[in-house]
Design a protein around this ligand. Structure first.
Ligand code: ZN
Length: 338
Protein backbone atom coordinates (compact mmCIF):
# COMPACT_ATOMS: atom_id res chain seq x y z
CA UNK A 1 0.00 0.00 0.00
CA UNK A 2 2.97 2.30 0.61
CA UNK A 3 4.24 1.53 -2.91
CA UNK A 4 0.78 2.30 -4.26
CA UNK A 5 0.92 5.64 -2.41
CA UNK A 6 -2.33 4.71 -0.63
CA UNK A 7 -0.73 5.12 2.79
CA UNK A 8 2.25 7.08 4.03
CA UNK A 9 4.39 6.48 7.10
CA UNK A 10 3.92 9.22 9.67
CA UNK A 11 6.28 8.01 12.39
CA UNK A 12 7.01 5.33 14.94
CA UNK A 13 4.44 4.59 17.65
CA UNK A 14 4.82 3.54 21.26
CA UNK A 15 5.47 -0.16 21.84
CA UNK A 16 3.25 -0.01 24.92
CA UNK A 17 3.50 -2.30 27.95
CA UNK A 18 3.60 -5.53 25.99
CA UNK A 19 7.09 -4.90 24.65
CA UNK A 20 8.05 -6.00 21.17
CA UNK A 21 8.65 -3.85 18.10
CA UNK A 22 7.36 -0.34 18.01
CA UNK A 23 4.48 0.01 15.51
CA UNK A 24 4.90 2.06 12.35
CA UNK A 25 2.16 4.71 12.18
CA UNK A 26 0.41 4.93 8.83
CA UNK A 27 -1.84 7.61 7.39
CA UNK A 28 -4.21 7.09 4.48
CA UNK A 29 -3.21 9.19 1.49
CA UNK A 30 -6.45 10.57 0.09
CA UNK A 31 -4.52 12.52 -2.57
CA UNK A 32 -3.38 9.44 -4.50
CA UNK A 33 -6.55 9.12 -6.61
CA UNK A 34 -9.35 11.22 -8.12
CA UNK A 35 -13.13 10.81 -7.91
CA UNK A 36 -16.03 12.09 -10.00
CA UNK A 37 -19.45 12.49 -8.37
CA UNK A 38 -22.82 13.45 -9.84
CA UNK A 39 -26.11 14.36 -8.17
CA UNK A 40 -28.83 14.24 -10.83
CA UNK A 41 -32.22 15.66 -9.86
CA UNK A 42 -35.24 16.11 -12.11
CA UNK A 43 -34.34 19.78 -12.67
CA UNK A 44 -30.61 19.99 -11.94
CA UNK A 45 -27.26 18.26 -12.30
CA UNK A 46 -24.31 18.81 -10.00
CA UNK A 47 -20.84 17.42 -10.46
CA UNK A 48 -17.90 17.25 -8.08
CA UNK A 49 -14.33 16.45 -9.10
CA UNK A 50 -12.30 15.72 -6.01
CA UNK A 51 -9.46 13.80 -4.50
CA UNK A 52 -10.43 10.55 -2.83
CA UNK A 53 -10.56 12.31 0.55
CA UNK A 54 -13.26 14.69 -0.73
CA UNK A 55 -11.00 17.72 -1.29
CA UNK A 56 -12.56 19.60 -4.18
CA UNK A 57 -10.68 20.19 -7.43
CA UNK A 58 -13.62 21.56 -9.44
CA UNK A 59 -17.41 21.53 -9.22
CA UNK A 60 -20.18 22.30 -11.67
CA UNK A 61 -23.85 23.02 -11.12
CA UNK A 62 -26.52 23.38 -13.78
CA UNK A 63 -29.97 24.26 -12.50
CA UNK A 64 -33.46 25.02 -13.84
CA UNK A 65 -33.12 22.24 -16.40
CA UNK A 66 -35.50 19.44 -17.25
CA UNK A 67 -33.38 16.34 -16.95
CA UNK A 68 -34.56 13.38 -19.00
CA UNK A 69 -33.30 10.36 -20.94
CA UNK A 70 -32.54 12.51 -24.01
CA UNK A 71 -30.15 14.99 -22.39
CA UNK A 72 -28.63 13.34 -19.30
CA UNK A 73 -25.78 11.54 -21.08
CA UNK A 74 -24.70 14.70 -22.96
CA UNK A 75 -24.69 16.72 -19.73
CA UNK A 76 -22.56 14.12 -17.94
CA UNK A 77 -20.17 13.86 -20.90
CA UNK A 78 -19.63 17.65 -21.01
CA UNK A 79 -18.98 17.97 -17.29
CA UNK A 80 -16.60 14.98 -17.16
CA UNK A 81 -14.66 16.47 -20.10
CA UNK A 82 -14.35 19.75 -18.18
CA UNK A 83 -13.06 17.83 -15.16
CA UNK A 84 -10.54 15.84 -17.17
CA UNK A 85 -8.99 19.08 -18.45
CA UNK A 86 -8.03 20.16 -14.92
CA UNK A 87 -7.06 16.74 -13.52
CA UNK A 88 -3.92 16.97 -11.38
CA UNK A 89 -1.22 14.33 -11.70
CA UNK A 90 -1.84 11.48 -9.26
CA UNK A 91 -0.65 7.90 -8.92
CA UNK A 92 -4.02 6.33 -9.78
CA UNK A 93 -5.86 9.03 -11.74
CA UNK A 94 -9.67 8.98 -11.92
CA UNK A 95 -10.86 5.84 -10.14
CA UNK A 96 -14.61 6.07 -10.67
CA UNK A 97 -17.73 7.98 -11.63
CA UNK A 98 -20.71 7.60 -9.28
CA UNK A 99 -24.16 8.89 -10.19
CA UNK A 100 -26.80 9.70 -7.58
CA UNK A 101 -30.29 9.17 -9.01
CA UNK A 102 -33.58 10.09 -7.34
CA UNK A 103 -35.32 6.74 -7.57
CA UNK A 104 -34.97 3.03 -6.97
CA UNK A 105 -31.60 1.63 -8.08
CA UNK A 106 -30.63 -2.03 -8.03
CA UNK A 107 -27.15 -3.23 -8.97
CA UNK A 108 -26.38 -0.13 -11.06
CA UNK A 109 -29.73 -0.35 -12.86
CA UNK A 110 -32.20 2.53 -12.67
CA UNK A 111 -35.39 0.66 -11.80
CA UNK A 112 -37.98 3.31 -10.93
CA UNK A 113 -37.79 7.12 -11.16
CA UNK A 114 -41.23 8.65 -10.54
CA UNK A 115 -40.18 12.27 -11.20
CA UNK A 116 -38.14 11.80 -14.43
CA UNK A 117 -37.79 9.11 -17.11
CA UNK A 118 -34.26 7.82 -16.47
CA UNK A 119 -35.78 4.37 -15.84
CA UNK A 120 -36.50 4.09 -19.57
CA UNK A 121 -32.81 3.88 -20.54
CA UNK A 122 -29.70 1.88 -19.60
CA UNK A 123 -27.78 4.75 -18.02
CA UNK A 124 -25.02 2.47 -16.72
CA UNK A 125 -24.27 1.03 -20.17
CA UNK A 126 -24.38 4.42 -21.86
CA UNK A 127 -21.96 6.10 -19.43
CA UNK A 128 -19.69 3.04 -19.20
CA UNK A 129 -19.36 2.97 -23.00
CA UNK A 130 -18.10 6.57 -23.11
CA UNK A 131 -15.51 6.68 -20.32
CA UNK A 132 -12.67 4.31 -19.36
CA UNK A 133 -13.53 4.61 -15.65
CA UNK A 134 -15.67 2.32 -13.48
CA UNK A 135 -19.24 3.62 -13.20
CA UNK A 136 -21.53 3.18 -10.19
CA UNK A 137 -25.18 4.22 -9.84
CA UNK A 138 -26.93 4.47 -6.49
CA UNK A 139 -30.03 6.02 -4.95
CA UNK A 140 -29.59 9.64 -3.90
CA UNK A 141 -30.82 9.23 -0.31
CA UNK A 142 -28.56 6.21 0.19
CA UNK A 143 -25.56 8.18 -1.03
CA UNK A 144 -26.47 11.13 1.17
CA UNK A 145 -26.45 8.83 4.21
CA UNK A 146 -23.14 7.31 3.16
CA UNK A 147 -21.69 10.80 2.66
CA UNK A 148 -22.63 11.73 6.22
CA UNK A 149 -21.22 8.48 7.61
CA UNK A 150 -17.94 8.75 5.70
CA UNK A 151 -17.23 12.47 5.91
CA UNK A 152 -19.12 14.08 8.80
CA UNK A 153 -20.41 11.73 11.46
CA UNK A 154 -18.88 10.03 14.47
CA UNK A 155 -21.81 7.60 14.57
CA UNK A 156 -21.87 4.08 13.14
CA UNK A 157 -25.66 3.82 12.72
CA UNK A 158 -27.55 6.71 11.23
CA UNK A 159 -30.52 7.57 9.08
CA UNK A 160 -30.36 10.46 6.64
CA UNK A 161 -33.62 11.89 5.33
CA UNK A 162 -33.43 13.48 1.89
CA UNK A 163 -36.42 15.75 1.41
CA UNK A 164 -37.00 17.27 -2.03
CA UNK A 165 -39.97 16.43 -4.31
CA UNK A 166 -39.99 13.09 -2.55
CA UNK A 167 -38.76 11.85 0.80
CA UNK A 168 -36.14 9.11 0.97
CA UNK A 169 -34.23 7.66 3.88
CA UNK A 170 -30.68 6.39 3.60
CA UNK A 171 -29.83 3.86 6.27
CA UNK A 172 -26.33 3.13 7.54
CA UNK A 173 -26.02 0.37 10.12
CA UNK A 174 -22.62 -0.41 11.64
CA UNK A 175 -21.02 1.54 8.83
CA UNK A 176 -22.76 -0.30 6.03
CA UNK A 177 -25.42 1.03 3.71
CA UNK A 178 -28.66 -0.95 3.96
CA UNK A 179 -30.37 -1.04 0.59
CA UNK A 180 -32.58 -4.12 0.95
CA UNK A 181 -32.94 -7.06 -1.40
CA UNK A 182 -34.16 -4.96 -4.35
CA UNK A 183 -32.72 -1.53 -3.54
CA UNK A 184 -36.03 -0.35 -2.09
CA UNK A 185 -35.09 -0.03 1.60
CA UNK A 186 -35.67 3.42 3.09
CA UNK A 187 -38.38 4.52 0.65
CA UNK A 188 -40.29 6.05 3.56
CA UNK A 189 -41.80 8.69 1.31
CA UNK A 190 -44.06 5.89 0.10
CA UNK A 191 -45.09 4.70 3.54
CA UNK A 192 -48.81 5.37 3.83
CA UNK A 193 -49.79 8.26 6.05
CA UNK A 194 -53.47 8.53 5.08
CA UNK A 195 -55.25 5.44 3.68
CA UNK A 196 -57.23 6.44 0.57
CA UNK A 197 -55.43 9.80 0.53
CA UNK A 198 -53.76 11.70 -2.32
CA UNK A 199 -52.70 9.53 -5.27
CA UNK A 200 -48.93 9.07 -5.55
CA UNK A 201 -46.89 8.28 -8.72
CA UNK A 202 -45.88 5.00 -7.02
CA UNK A 203 -49.48 3.74 -7.30
CA UNK A 204 -50.34 4.02 -3.60
CA UNK A 205 -52.68 6.54 -2.09
CA UNK A 206 -51.83 8.74 0.88
CA UNK A 207 -48.02 8.38 0.78
CA UNK A 208 -46.00 10.48 3.25
CA UNK A 209 -44.28 12.44 0.46
CA UNK A 210 -47.63 13.66 -0.84
CA UNK A 211 -48.02 15.55 2.46
CA UNK A 212 -44.60 16.36 3.94
CA UNK A 213 -42.21 16.91 1.01
CA UNK A 214 -40.67 20.28 0.19
CA UNK A 215 -42.60 20.34 -3.10
CA UNK A 216 -45.92 19.99 -1.27
CA UNK A 217 -44.91 22.75 1.15
CA UNK A 218 -44.01 25.07 -1.75
CA UNK A 219 -47.24 24.26 -3.61
CA UNK A 220 -49.44 24.81 -0.55
CA UNK A 221 -47.63 28.03 0.33
CA UNK A 222 -47.96 29.34 -3.25
CA UNK A 223 -51.69 28.60 -3.21
CA UNK A 224 -52.15 30.19 0.20
CA UNK A 225 -50.38 33.41 -0.80
CA UNK A 226 -51.47 33.51 -4.45
CA UNK A 227 -47.87 33.36 -5.67
CA UNK A 228 -46.63 31.86 -8.93
CA UNK A 229 -43.03 31.49 -7.74
CA UNK A 230 -41.90 30.29 -4.32
CA UNK A 231 -38.48 29.54 -2.87
CA UNK A 232 -37.07 28.78 0.57
CA UNK A 233 -36.09 32.41 1.14
CA UNK A 234 -39.66 33.66 0.58
CA UNK A 235 -41.09 31.08 3.00
CA UNK A 236 -38.36 31.91 5.52
CA UNK A 237 -39.19 35.63 5.33
CA UNK A 238 -42.87 34.96 6.03
CA UNK A 239 -41.91 32.59 8.86
CA UNK A 240 -39.60 35.15 10.50
CA UNK A 241 -42.41 37.75 10.26
CA UNK A 242 -44.49 35.20 12.21
CA UNK A 243 -47.14 35.17 9.49
CA UNK A 244 -49.95 33.06 10.97
CA UNK A 245 -50.77 31.06 7.81
CA UNK A 246 -47.09 30.25 7.28
CA UNK A 247 -46.63 29.21 10.92
CA UNK A 248 -49.62 26.84 10.64
CA UNK A 249 -48.31 25.38 7.37
CA UNK A 250 -44.82 24.81 8.80
CA UNK A 251 -46.28 23.27 11.96
CA UNK A 252 -48.38 20.86 9.88
CA UNK A 253 -45.41 19.91 7.67
CA UNK A 254 -43.11 19.20 10.61
CA UNK A 255 -45.80 17.23 12.45
CA UNK A 256 -46.43 14.98 9.45
CA UNK A 257 -42.69 14.48 8.88
CA UNK A 258 -42.28 13.57 12.56
CA UNK A 259 -44.69 10.66 11.99
CA UNK A 260 -42.46 9.38 9.18
CA UNK A 261 -39.35 9.78 11.33
CA UNK A 262 -41.04 8.01 14.24
CA UNK A 263 -41.88 5.08 11.99
CA UNK A 264 -38.40 4.72 10.52
CA UNK A 265 -36.81 5.02 13.98
CA UNK A 266 -38.93 2.13 15.28
CA UNK A 267 -37.66 -0.01 12.39
CA UNK A 268 -33.94 0.74 12.55
CA UNK A 269 -33.13 2.14 16.01
CA UNK A 270 -30.40 4.52 14.71
CA UNK A 271 -28.11 6.69 16.86
CA UNK A 272 -29.04 9.84 14.97
CA UNK A 273 -31.44 11.09 12.28
CA UNK A 274 -29.93 13.67 9.92
CA UNK A 275 -32.31 15.85 7.89
CA UNK A 276 -31.17 16.99 4.45
CA UNK A 277 -33.63 19.57 3.13
CA UNK A 278 -33.21 23.10 1.76
CA UNK A 279 -36.26 24.35 3.69
CA UNK A 280 -35.03 22.84 6.99
CA UNK A 281 -31.67 24.53 6.38
CA UNK A 282 -33.36 27.89 5.73
CA UNK A 283 -35.61 27.53 8.80
CA UNK A 284 -33.57 25.49 11.34
CA UNK A 285 -36.40 26.00 13.85
CA UNK A 286 -38.26 23.29 11.90
CA UNK A 287 -35.89 20.67 13.35
CA UNK A 288 -36.97 21.74 16.83
CA UNK A 289 -40.64 21.58 15.76
CA UNK A 290 -40.12 17.98 14.62
CA UNK A 291 -38.51 17.12 17.96
CA UNK A 292 -41.56 18.45 19.85
CA UNK A 293 -43.64 15.69 18.25
CA UNK A 294 -41.09 12.96 18.86
CA UNK A 295 -42.28 12.19 22.35
CA UNK A 296 -43.22 8.52 22.25
CA UNK A 297 -41.20 5.94 24.19
CA UNK A 298 -39.32 4.73 21.10
CA UNK A 299 -38.46 8.08 19.58
CA UNK A 300 -38.21 10.62 22.41
CA UNK A 301 -34.44 10.27 22.93
CA UNK A 302 -33.39 10.15 19.29
CA UNK A 303 -30.96 12.83 18.15
CA UNK A 304 -32.15 14.82 15.14
CA UNK A 305 -30.07 17.44 13.34
CA UNK A 306 -29.68 19.27 10.05
CA UNK A 307 -27.05 17.86 7.69
CA UNK A 308 -23.50 19.10 8.45
CA UNK A 309 -22.60 18.51 4.78
CA UNK A 310 -25.74 20.35 3.57
CA UNK A 311 -26.42 20.07 -0.16
CA UNK A 312 -23.00 18.48 -0.78
CA UNK A 313 -23.76 15.32 1.24
CA UNK A 314 -24.93 13.36 -1.81
CA UNK A 315 -21.80 14.21 -3.80
CA UNK A 316 -19.62 13.17 -0.86
CA UNK A 317 -21.56 9.89 -0.78
CA UNK A 318 -20.62 9.32 -4.42
CA UNK A 319 -16.97 9.97 -3.53
CA UNK A 320 -17.32 7.39 -0.73
CA UNK A 321 -18.67 4.78 -3.18
CA UNK A 322 -15.76 5.42 -5.58
CA UNK A 323 -13.35 5.07 -2.66
CA UNK A 324 -14.96 1.88 -1.30
CA UNK A 325 -14.72 0.14 -4.65
CA UNK A 326 -11.21 1.35 -5.38
CA UNK A 327 -9.87 0.31 -1.99
CA UNK A 328 -12.10 -2.79 -1.90
CA UNK A 329 -13.36 -1.95 1.59
CA UNK A 330 -16.91 -1.94 2.91
CA UNK A 331 -16.39 0.88 5.38
CA UNK A 332 -14.59 4.14 4.85
CA UNK A 333 -14.39 7.05 7.30
CA UNK A 334 -12.37 10.13 6.50
CA UNK A 335 -12.99 12.69 9.18
CA UNK A 336 -15.29 13.42 12.04
CA UNK A 337 -16.70 16.90 12.02
CA UNK A 338 -19.83 16.59 14.19
ZN1 ZN B 1 -45.94 6.71 -3.09
Amino acid sequence: MIEDELVTETGIGDAGNSGGRKPILLKFNGKSALSISFDIGYDYIEGLFSFLDGDEIKSESKRKLKIDSTNVVGLIRTIVSDFEKVAPETKHGIIGITLAIHGVIHQNKVVFTPYYDLDTMDLYEEISSIFPYPVYIENEANLTALGEYTFSSTFDSLISLSIHSGIGAGIVEDGKLQIGKHGKAGEIGHSILYPSGTTCPCGNQGCLEQYASNKVLYDEFAKLKGLTHVNTQIIRDYYLKKDTETMILIEKNTYLLSIGINNVVTLYDPEIVIINSSIYRAIPEMVELVKVHMNGYFSKDIMICNSPLEDKATLYGCTAINGQHFLNVQRLKFNEKI
